[in-house]
Design a binder for this molecule. Sequence first.
Ligand code: NDP
Ligand code: GDR
Length: 373
Amino acid sequence: MTKRALITGITGQDGSYLAEFLLEKGYEVHGIKRRASLFNTQRIDHIFQDPHESHARLRLHYGDLTDSSNLTRILSEVRPDEVYNLGAQSHVAVSFEAPEYTADVDAMGALRLLEAIRFLGLEKTTRFYQASTSELYGKVAETPQTETTPFHPRSPYAVAKMYAYWITVNYREAYGIYACNGILFNHESPRRGETFVTRKITRGLANIAQGLDSCLYMGNIDALRDWGHAKDYVRMQWMMLQQEAPDDFVIATGKQYSVRQFIQWSAGELGIALRFEGDGVDEIAVVEAVSGDKAPALRPGDVVLRIDPRYFRPAEVETLLGDPSKARAKLGWEPEITAQAMCAEMVAADLEAARRARILADHGYSAPMSRED
Ligand code: NDP
Ligand code: GDR
């Protein structure tokens, strides 16, 4: 029997890798996408299957996590074996600007799905994965963080995700639903949204190297994170739903680096030697030397990075470091891609895009570059 999965957030970073992974495993994959005024399926266009073909195994449904009747209808039509709730307003800084919306999508969205499962009598047949997050630990009570470390969320996003975490546990305990939380630490890839810190750095520096931009404005570059690769992490999301009994797992690499280190790695990939000068909001990064042919627009002495307090958060999560021992012991999971290798992959992809944009610009075809931050 072909297994059926339903993915909320299929158009996002993780959703796209998970859809690929499940299609390769032979699943019929259903995804919920939001109606937008522009196409929003770029991350999954390469796996598109024509719905007119009767054998299509990838199907998209219009929907939204704020709309329970829509979610209930889709669940009743698809009757999935597995639901992966990856949809979210996932940007921590944005959650301070839109706290109520973030709660509606990230907290209530999880409840709406679980209630739909219960309402439709799918408790014994549909397994549920909740995209929980290391942001739950916030102001950390111990290092490294494990499944038993107390939570202290530090943003409207994290507080909303805390509700989703507990409602998932509650529906497991109250109704016997096979429901799991993956407490995932930061994971990135060339498909990472452009405004998260890693991608902002790799894309920003690649554009500067090619003369498409001049300076990168950053917030707290001393923040410490445990960064993994999204490909490794979606494999784990599936593994969690294949166990005999549902459980919650920390997914992390167990290694920690600063944003500053990630900037240095990215610059290094472009042949740029950087020197940080100054302190606090006056800190800058200056080009010391350039080697190779990846950064033709730069000269020693150029300032390529400045601090902009606009990117400081009202409450910051300074440090996160996960301990994935439980996932390793119970599921045999090991991350395969290191943070530095992932950085190299992201820079290579962004450099290729920047070089293409440079060629177009040089021939008078430059399109306006999106610089949303
Ligand atoms: P992205 O921001 O890349 O993707 C989020 C997805 O959710 C997109 O498909 C987006 O649609 C969709 N979405 C947003 N709002 C709604 C809504 N109201 N209704 C339905 N769908 C919606 O996130 P990631 O792929 O990086 O993360 C996946 C999940 O994992 C998220 O829940 C995130 O909070 C969580 N997480 C992520 C971590 C990470 O480091 N990446 C770590 C821990 C947890 P659209 O494309 O239209 O915007
Ligand atoms: P995070 O990721 O908040 O950890 O949430 P993000 O990449 O946005 O920030 C990481 C750290 O970098 C600091 N920082 C900046 N961040 C951004 N976005 N832009 C900047 O200019 C900047 N300068 C410094 C931040 O202050 C922070 O400390 C991500 C999301 O994917 C969540 O959905 C997920 O739950 C967590 O990871 C785990």
